[in-house]
Design a protein around this ligand. Structure first.
Ligand code: C5J
Length: 223
């Protein structure tokens, strides 16, 4: 059993029953020319967490833990993209439009790929999701059940959108979730801060938070 000095209290997990869940670290959100920028966001904020995410991913792989990556993306015919999602707001490019990295948030396009620094290894699970939450319209829950997973360590983007939605979905399904606060980011720092507070409030009502060096130390000590 690994004990991590998280907030609001200790997060305890067994590596064999815990998956590292990496949310939407895709070029479309993190690099210029993608969906994030088309919505008017400063994407450079998000790339700052990549080194911390890389360190966690390397340590988790080294410890032999299960790794799951997600990608928010749609079929080429957009049949899994509700018009309400595509038409909302005034982005310069909408989902499915052709941008500098191919069609925005469409499967197989350069922009929907996970960034090179966090590229999935063969054998790691990659969940493609049409919504914000990683459990909605995906096989994630089945895969976690088959792997006997009860705990999730979560990182990725963006904190208050796909990360928070996934945390809430996971919490309602009975998973204990730890959000690594230096391995998640938002285009809006105040939204990230609010999400961290919301998640761990009221006795970890949604989950726990911690900085990734604590996890790295715990994994090292557990070896
Ligand atoms: C957004 C995400 N922000 N991955 N997606 O639309 O958070």
């Amino acid at each position: 059993m690994i004990h991590l000095n998280a907030q609001p209290f200790s997060f305890e997990f067994e590596l064999a029953h815990t998956a590292l869940l990496i949310i939407d670290m895709q070029r479309d959100f993190i690099e210029p020319g993608g969906f994030g920028e088309s919505l008017g966001n400063d994407v450079s904020l998000l790339s700052a967490i990549v080194p911390a995410c890389q360190a966690v991913l390397a340590a988790w792989r080294g410890a032999g833990g299960m790794v799951v990556h997600t990608r928010e993306q749609h079929r080429a015919d957009l049949s899994d993209c509700p018009p309400a999602k595509r038409n909302r707001g005034q982005p310069t490019l909408r989902i499915g439009d052709v941008g500098p990295m191919g069609r925005i948030l469409v499967a197989g396009e350069p922009g929907s790929q996970i960034i090179e620094a966090l590229k999935p290894l063969p054998g790691e699970l990659v969940i493609d999701k049409p919504g914000k939450g990683a459990f909605y319209a995906t096989a994630l829950q089945t895969a976690l059940r088959l792997a006997d997973i009860s705990h999730l360590v979560v990182m990725g983007v963006t904190t208050e959108v796909c990360v928070q939605t996934t945390l809430r979905e996971a919490n309602d399904r009975g998973y204990d979730c730890l959000l690594l606060q230096d391995c998640t980011e938002s285009y809006f720092p105040q939204f990230k801060a609010a999400t961290l507070e919301m998640v761990r409030a009221q006795g970890a009502i949604v989950g726990w938070t911690a900085d990734s060096p604590l996890l790295l130390q715990a994994l090292q000590a557990g070896r």
